[in-house]
Design a protein around this ligand. Structure first.
Ligand code: ADP
Length: 438
């Protein structure tokens, strides 16, 4: 049995699966656990990812959960801690990225921490400290309309410093692109210079996978790194792992197919539209109905699903609250951001749970927060990570004796991930034997 060398703390569930996906593709066997348990557990894995739901909770709670996870991971013997953040740096001026980094630095006694948000395979790059989503700045991307953390500043060096505790006097800086493009040694020299200038947290410019590999070589011995999932493509090789097919094998899939979408991100809106255009069967959940009629819309969705399956039991069904930005804004004005988010999350979680009780064994969930509440509703506490569907989204398998099929295959899709045909193509990956990672 292996002892894990890498312990990761992910601030949301889809971020955790995204990170685990990259580690698995690079040859590590990875276990994902939902929240850190209190006691010690035998872990037969090379890497362990703790999935929290700490991205949008109050900063002191995010800090407490992250510290608990860090201490648990250290007790399990891990040698490196990887704080996984979203590649679109989802946060607000109050946190939670900055406060958690500072708490982990204090806990681990790290005087410096590199931050590598970029994920070029998903078109998230960082140049001169500015985060780009595809061809546009973060602040001009769909993320400016995010329901919970609208991202309106793409300068991460500036934005992260806003989140730091003024009493800590930590300064942010930048590992510049010239150093990142040159070599691991040049990155090391830049970090030394930044530290001499009083910088203790530095955002790394990153444009491509070569940059990530050089950053991984430079950071391979660090006790703490903060990164999107991109850096994970390079770290395993630095520790002697090689890509292999076996690290991504899952048990055969069975049961009905369903998709639950609570993300209002641009990519999910396009995926829902494509599914509807392809005449997929879909049920729209309206937050205003939920506010007025409590669980009635949930019951209607389940009755609708059973009716669809009585005609065609293998048809994938979509239940969605996904809406374009103007509709989300209107809902926020009437119900408030928190209340509308919670109403939808609770309804979709109940629907996911009941669909699995009714024989769904392959479930796609769109939305980070949405995935978190669905997993909790299914009472799943750990998952194995399998083959990639699209960058950042693998199929996972949770063995769960309390579920009718004894377990469930899950694809937990961060809102902005996946190609437009994701909702149909995802299921085809479970019907094929594991193939080489693309
Ligand atoms: P993403 O990964 O795209 O950020 P999340 O699931 O993390 O998606 O977040 C989306 C949030 O928006 C959730 O809290 C969800 O409940 C909420 N939400 C979903 N649909 C609507 C809607 N139609 N109106 C308002 N809020 C919504």
């Amino acid at each position: 049995m292996n002892q894990p060398i890498l312990g990761c703390i992910a601030d949301d569930l889809t971020g955790a699966t995204d990170l685990a996906n990259n580690l698995v593709r690079a040859g590590m066997r990875v276990l994902l656990v939902i929240d850190a348990p209190d006691g010690d557990v035998p872990l037969d894995a090379d890497g362990v990812v703790v999935a929290l739901k700490s991205r949008t909770i109050p900063a002191p709670q995010a800090v407490a959960q992250s510290l608990h996870s860090c201490r648990w991971l250290r007790r399990q013997g891990v040698r490196h801690i990887y704080f996984k953040i979203c590649s679109t740096f989802d946060s607000t001026p109050k946190g939670n990225i900055g406060p958690v980094i500072e708490a982990l630095m204090d806990e681990l006694g790290c005087p410096f921490s590199a931050v590598v948000p970029a994920f070029p395979d998903n078109d998230r790059t960082v140049y001169k400290g500015h985060l780009f989503v595809g061809d546009v700045l973060l602040s001009e991307s769909g993320m400016r309309n995010h329901p919970l953390n609208p991202m309106t500043d793409s300068n991460l060096v500036r934005f992260l410093e806003l989140q730091l505790n003024s009493a800590s006097r930590r300064k942010t800086g930048r590992i510049d692109y010239a150093s990142v493009a040159a070599s691991a040694d040049a990155i090391g020299a830049r970090i030394t210079a930044l530290r001499a200038a009083g910088v203790s947290i530095a955002i790394a410019d990153t444009l491509n996978n070569g940059d990530l590999h050089r950053l991984a070589a430079a950071l391979r011995d660090d006790l703490l790194v903060t990164a999107g999932s991109g850096l994970a493509i390079g770290l395993p090789a630095q520790w002697g792992f090689q890509a292999s097919l076996t690290s991504a094998q899952l048990p055969p899939a069975k049961g009905r197919r369903a998709i639950v979408a609570g993300s209002c991100s641009a990519a999910t809106n396009a995926q829902v539209l494509r599914f509807l255009e392809g005449r997929g069967s879909a049920f729209a959940l309206d937050p205003m109905h939920l506010a007025a009629a409590s669980i009635a819309p949930v019951e209607q969705a389940l009755l609708w699903a059973e009716k669809c399956w009585s005609g065609n039991a293998s048809e994938p069904l979509l239940v969605y609250s996904t809406s374009p930005p103007e509709a989300v804004r209107a809902t926020h004005q009437r119900l408030g951001v928190e209340r509308s988010g919670e109403l939808v999350e609770q309804a979709l979680a109940a629907i996911a749970r009941e669909l699995v009780q009714r024989g769904v064994g392959r479930l796609v969930v769109a939305g980070g927060e949405t995935a978190g509440v669905c997993i909790r509703a299914l009472e799943i506490d750990r998952m194995r990570i399998g083959p990639q569907i699209d960058p950042g989204v693998p199929w996972c398998y949770a063995a769960a004796p309390h579920l009718p099929l004894g377990g469930v295959h899950l694809a937990l899709k961060s809102g902005n991930f996946g190609s437009t045909d994701f909702f149909t193509k995802a299921f085809s990956y479970l019907d094929q034997p594991a193939k080489a990672a693309p």
